[in-house]
Design a protein around this ligand. Structure first.
Ligand SMILES: *[C@@H]1O[C@H](CO)[C@@H](O)[C@H](O)[C@H]1NC(C)=O
Length: 207
């Protein structure tokens, strides 16, 4: 199992890997990532179609083949049920809106799930939100969420980036898993999958 670590702000300040407070103002080196268009099959996003075909309730909790890490993050191994569930979560926002437009309101079902009020961040081992996924719920501002392996796509779930919010994409430099700031995504933006980002180890959300 690959490890992932959440550094709280408090530990950042006291850590040997402390990131200067003004690093969030650094100029990113790469282009802004873009959201992947969602492909629909029979009026359902492909990821939800896929998960449902496997008997997974995409509105239910994460299937129990997920790995709960000590830092509170959850890993969904490639090919697992939890992985299909997690991929579907990236498109749940747009699907909920579509259902609402058809008069089917799923907000009650979703609001019962822990973390609904906040944003979930997921990093994916392969582009287009494929391969192993690792996610953090109840993400806080100004905290580094990082994993010690390279990820090439990122998704936001429950909600997209709000106006004024900025999501920083970072990667390893020396011994600092968040040392290079390569790009930003700026709100307002829908929830979804940033399908193609340069090697990323670390995410930070700011407002
Ligand atoms: C859905 O499943 C097909 C067939 O396995 C796969 O090619 C496709 O990438 C999957 N789609 C998503 C969005 O995961």
């Amino acid at each position: 199992m690959r490890s992932s670590v959440v550094l709280t702000l408090a530990s950042l300040l006291s850590s040997a890997l402390a990131i200067p407070a003004d690093s969030s103002l650094s100029k990113p080196t790469g282009d802004e990532p873009t959201l992947l268009p969602v492909k629909f099959i029979d009026g359902v996003p492909e990821s939800i179609f896929n998960a449902t075909s496997l008997g997974i309730d995409v509105f239910g909790p994460v299937p129990n083949d997920a790995i709960r890490n000590k830092d509170g993050s959850v890993t969904a191994p490639e090919g697992s049920k939890s992985n299909a569930w997690l991929r579907a979560q990236a498109d749940l926002g747009i699907y909920s809106e579509q259902l609402a437009a058809r008069g089917i309101d799923v907000s009650d079902k979703l609001s019962k799930r822990q973390g609904w009020a906040n944003i979930r961040l997921t990093m994916w081992a392969q582009s287009n939100c494929g391969g192993q996924g690792v996610y953090w719920d109840n993400v806080e501002y100004g905290v580094s969420y990082y994993a010690t392996t390279n990820y090439y796509a990122v998704s936001t779930t429950y909600r997209g980036l709000a106006p004024g919010e900025r999501l920083e994409f970072r990667r390893l430099s020396g011994s600092d898993w968040c040392g290079i700031h390569h790009t930003n995504a700026f709100g307002p933006q829908n929830a979804g999958c940033y399908g193609n980002v340069p090697a990323t180890n670390c995410l930070r959300l700011y407002i």
